[in-house]
Design a protein. Structure first.
Length: 222
């Protein structure tokens, strides 16, 4: 059975964790009071946001939502705890480690390199939260969730999303609609003498059905 995780939860966890790491790192750097750190942080934040926009991150989100594939019947939702742990290990830790290592290595050449890395992490977190907000808005409008197959790599791609069916697997399904005559109430039993009299024409029909009276044909000479 295929395991699928809510894509909005993945993006929110990644955005909050990466953004919080960037905020904590930038606050620690700014607390040291070195000149130019605030400007470097703002520059890294703005530069990363512009880079994401130029690289087409909003377009990728729209395309991924539009190309969401239907989910097959044999699937289950991944446990939220497992989703959070996997996102932290596969996405948050590598991204933060790369940013911290790049800031430490670039500190010898550029004084504001750690602050630039902190601003870039904040921008990445804001971008993930913006994508999650847009995806959640679409989910509310269509009444379905977007799911993703758990794995390593990016949390969102052109064909990485699956659309949850209206009746998810593992949940109670409604019984099929009964045919039209089946939901009618049962006929009332005929108990009165006039109803049980075979000479009474309405007794030969269902309760509530009034037969059309027979009119004898008129004779030509009448």
């Amino acid at each position: 059975m295929t395991r699928l995780a809510p894509a909005t939860l993945e993006l929110r966890v990644a955005g909050v964790a990466v953004g919080a790491t960037g905020v904590v790192g930038s606050a620690r750097i700014l607390a040291e009071g070195r000149s130019g750190d605030l400007r470097s942080t703002i520059l890294g934040l703005a530069g990363c946001l512009v880079a994401l926009w130029v690289l087409g991150a909003p377009r990728v989100v729209r395309t991924a939502i539009r190309l969401a594939l239907p989910v097959r019947t044999d699937w289950t939702v991944e446990d939220p705890g497992a989703t959070v742990a996997r996102v932290v290990v596969t996405q948050v830790v590598p991204v933060c480690a790369i940013a911290l290592v790049a800031g430490a290595l670039g500190a010898g050449r550029l004084a504001g390199a750690p602050a630039l890395a902190g601003g870039a992490l904040i921008a990445l977190g804001l971008g993930a939260l913006a994508a999650a907000h847009r995806m959640r808005g679409v989910e509310r409008s269509i009444g379905r969730r977007f799911l993703r197959r758990p794995g390593w790599g990016t949390a969102l791609g052109r064909r990485s999303l699956f659309m949850e069916p209206r009746a998810p697997g593992g949940h109670a399904r409604r019984p099929p609609a009964t045919p039209w005559p089946a939901h009618r109430p049962p006929p009332r039993p005929q108990t009165s003498a006039i109803e049980m009299d075979p000479a009474n024409p309405p007794a030969r029909h269902a309760v509530g059905v009034t037969p059309r009276p027979r009119i004898p044909p008129r004779e030509p000479g009448a």
